[in-house]
Write a protein that binds this ligand. Structure first.
Ligand code: AP5
Length: 222
């Protein structure tokens, strides 16, 4: 049975960190709309230019652009055995579009994991986050240091601070989370697919909880 997972949570909750562990353990593709936009920005494509004008300020990229991108990606062959959506959906129209398009292609969402962390800790994490320019692996200047300063442990790439990881953009991102994304929790609660986890725990402990939930989901579907 395919694991079709949606990972939700505010900026800095640890979605990217858990996503990297999940895709490695379950061999499913990681579909992060944030990563897709950042790649388009790096490559200087038309999509990148549009996305940059929103992302740098902390605003959401318009729904039509984002939905089109995910629709194309979910239809690809490697999503046949499952997928991990990270950062999508983020608005009610995106969630509604996902319901329709995932049904159309027979790849309906089986589980929604929401990672919750208190605001003070989110600010601490985002302020200290450094990311690998090559592979996107996240680090933290105090609590998740690389072995060699400024160098990724995994691929040796240089670490940098994201442009939207500043105080002003973070405030806008947190407001979008509260106003646009949080209402999705009610939407998914009604489907019975939502699991809410405390992301204030260490990332290894959180991953243990996620693997135990994923085990139950795949058992239920056998
Ligand atoms: P996106 O890239 O999705 O960013 P985000 O949702 O703001 O989330 P982050 O990447 O900031 O945080 P994370 O939860 O992945 O945390 P991480 O694991 O890195 O989106 C960026 C932008 O793109 C959006 O603002 C928007 O403009 C646009 N966009 C994307 N999707 C869109 C959509 N669907 N619609 C419209 N626009 C869209 O961890 C953070 C830090 O904490 C790291 O330093 C890490 O080491 C540390 N950490 C992680 N877990 C733990 C832990 N358990 N304990 C202690 N520290 C931890």
């Amino acid at each position: 049975m395919a694991l079709n997972i949606v990972l939700m949570g505010p900026p800095g909750a640890g979605k990217g960190t858990q996503a990297k562990k999940i895709i490695q353990a379950y061999a499913i593709p990681h579909i992060s709309t944030g990563d897709m936009f950042r790649l388009a920005i790096k490559e200087g494509t038309k999509l990148g230019l549009v996305a940059k004008s929103y992302i740098d300020k902390g605003d959401l990229v318009p729904d039509d652009v984002t939905i089109g991108l995910v629709k194309e990606r979910l239809a690809m062959d490697d999503c046949k055995k499952g997928y991990l959506l990270d950062g999508f959906p983020r608005t009610i129209p995106q969630a509604e579009a996902l319901e329709v398009l995932s049904k159309e292609i027979g790849r309906e969402v089986s589980l929604v994991i929401d990672i919750e962390v208190e605001k003070k800790e989110l600010i601490r994490r985002i302020a200290g986050r450094r990311v690998c320019k090559n592979c996107g692996a996240p680090y933290h200047v105090d609590t998740a240091k690389p072995k060699v300063e400024g160098v990724c442990d995994i691929c040796g790439g240089p670490l940098y601070q994201r442009l939207d990881d500043n105080e002003a953009a973070l405030e806008v991102r947190l407001t979008h989370y509260e106003e646009d994304t949080k209402p999705l929790l009610d939407f998914y609660k009604k489907t019975g697919k939502l699991v809410v986890l405390d992301g204030g725990e260490g990332s290894d402990r959180l991953f243990e909880k996620i693997t135990s939930i994923l085990g139950e989901v795949s058992d239920d579907n056998h």
